[in-house]
Design a protein around this ligand. Sequence first.
Ligand SMILES: [Zn+2]
Length: 319
Amino acid sequence: MTNSLITFAYYLLGWVLLSIVLSWVSAALYPLFSRQLNQCSPQRATNYTFFFSLLPPLAASLSILILASPELAFPLVASHCHNESCAPHTVHIEMSTLLSSSSLALGAAAILVLCISMLWQIRGNHRYERMLQQLSETDTLGYRWFDSQRPIARCIGLFKPQVYFSTGLLRVMTEEQQELVLAQNLVRAARHENLSYWLLKWASIAWPNALKHRIRRDFLQHSACACDISAFKMLADKTNKRDFVKTLESIYAKQYNPKQQPWRERLDIFQHAVDTTSQDKLGGIWTALSMTIKLTAYTTLLVIAAVYLGHPVLEVFSR
Ligand SMILES: [Zn+2]
């Protein structure tokens, strides 16, 4: 029983180490990867960015499963012997040095801190949602409203997202603006953007700071553009492209400094996506296919490298 627990703890330690190393590799390749997303639709760019951020922990999990099955791992691990035995084996754990016991304790502590922090955040979010529900009232259009002078529109909640509007926002916005903001936020809720962003944030926690902020910002930008397009489709029988863009501009002008116009790029992406012809759509399918092939090849390489290096490295830590 104790041996099984120690082995399990070592595989957890292996998962932490591999996740960190693969995170650094992915972070280093992210600028190259993000450039390729310029040719994708905002919806696909959001999905690929999300998947790219989750790759290190997912590839580390797959590598650990392979490492725990000698028949699967040994075609990938350099052949070696432990004493007289040269047959395929799981990670050889000796636990005879200070390094092995301290690395085991460190790995267990890292996992514990990670799990507690994630659960703490979920608990905090749940309390915040409950408080907002008590302070707000439901509307037949699909949002909840609460009393506040400030103009606020938010999609809140990780697992059961809901759209909240403040009375201040309902007062200052026209009916068209309200419909558009509501459509954007309902799409955000339907796409579970909060949950995806929360997972992306945790998955990129070991990335270097600059790249960590970059992938998070890129995800939110791609997702915001994708929400604009879906909101336009949702309101298609009530508005046309020209009026929709005008309403979007009027909303952004209230939110940001009109001189800088940081939303201009977002509007350009929206216009380009809506004007997409069937020939462009075919090109988009080819781009998506090539991105899927590249990501699959990259995942396979990550797993092979993680298994090849994971076995000897874990054996060094477990001596
Ligand atoms: Zn070995």
